[in-house]
Design a protein around this ligand. Structure first.
Ligand code: G3P
Ligand code: MG
Length: 257
């Protein structure tokens, strides 16, 4: 069970119980991303919350997966949206990372939640729709979270690059906090947050400058950065007032918070 004793590891009240350090795709630097092994590795590293990506199988089951296609990190091929759950569960999502993980499957969201409950870990659930499936993914994932989120855990933070997915998720799961994901912060970031009905922005670390961070933070919004693997950069962002860091190597970042 992850320890939640250091109050310095938790960010502003507006973010509820979201800690400063969030493991990216579990702990993607140490184990194959978005697998149960990656969630368990995060727990082993002392991480309180993980981020992972959720999209739909061809037969509408939410699974933990990042890419549009299966080629990069499984032994399958083509769009994930073309495969039903049965086919996806036969794939190897671990060997690409290390042969020690050969046979590691793509987990369903349901399986992921069981592991989170066992570990006592919270989560930032990223809704990652396949192209054209934004609304239905927001709807199905939002409903699944609203209905099956383990009561022993703090409520999840839902995020997405898709404002459409977030909007539908908000309609079916209004109690869940939301964050809009952007790569570089757009000029109209405030309007985009309004459209997504959230006060929380998660942006790519590499493009963020101090002045922009200050503009967002001074206006009272919550700001977190991904994917920050260098402790020095994490320290700089936190010194600017950024509320949270999403990292493939959360263990490295935990050492400097
Ligand atoms: O949620 C933060 C981060 O995961 C967003 O980018 O592409 O790694 O899902 P990506
Ligand atoms: Mg993600």
């Amino acid at each position: 069970m992850a320890q939640k004793t250091d109050s310095n590891r938790f960010s502003s009240p507006s973010s509820g119980s979201v800690p400063i350090v969030i493991g990216h795709r579990g702990a993607a630097g140490h184990a194959p991303e978005n697998t149960l092994a990656s969630l368990l590795k995060a727990q082993e590293l002392g991480v309180d919350w993980v981020e992972f990506d959720v999209k739909l199988s061809g037969d509408d089951v939410p699974v933990l997966f990042h890419d549009e296609t299966l080629d990069r990190n499984t032994d399958g091929h083509g769009p994930i949206a073309d495969q039903d759950l049965r086919a996806l569960q036969k794939l190897d999502a671990g060997a690409w990372f290390d042969t020690a993980y050969t046979g590691t499957p793509i987990p369903t969201l349901e399986e992921g939640l069981v592991v989170l409950a066992q570990c006592g870990m919270g989560a930032n659930v990223e809704i990652k729709p396949s192209k054209g499936r934004e609304a239905e993914t927001g709807m199905i994932v939002g409903k699944a979270l609203a209905q099956t989120w383990p009561t022993s855990l703090p409520l999840p933070l839902v995020s997405s690059f898709s404002a459409a997915a977030l909007k539908v998720c908000a309609a079916v799961a209004p109690n869940l906090a939301r964050a809009l994901l952007v790569s570089n912060v757009p000029k109209d970031w405030r309007a985009q947050l309004d459209a997504s009905q959230t006060d929380t922005l998660h942006c790519l670390s590499s493009g963020l400058r101090k002045r922009k961070a200050k503009e967002i933070l001074d206006a009272g919004f919550t700001l977190r950065c991904f994917t920050v693997n260098q402790p020095k950069r994490a320290r700089q962002l936190l010194d600017w007032g950024v509320h949270g860091i999403i990292s493939d190597y959360p263990d490295r970042i935990l050492k400097i918070v």
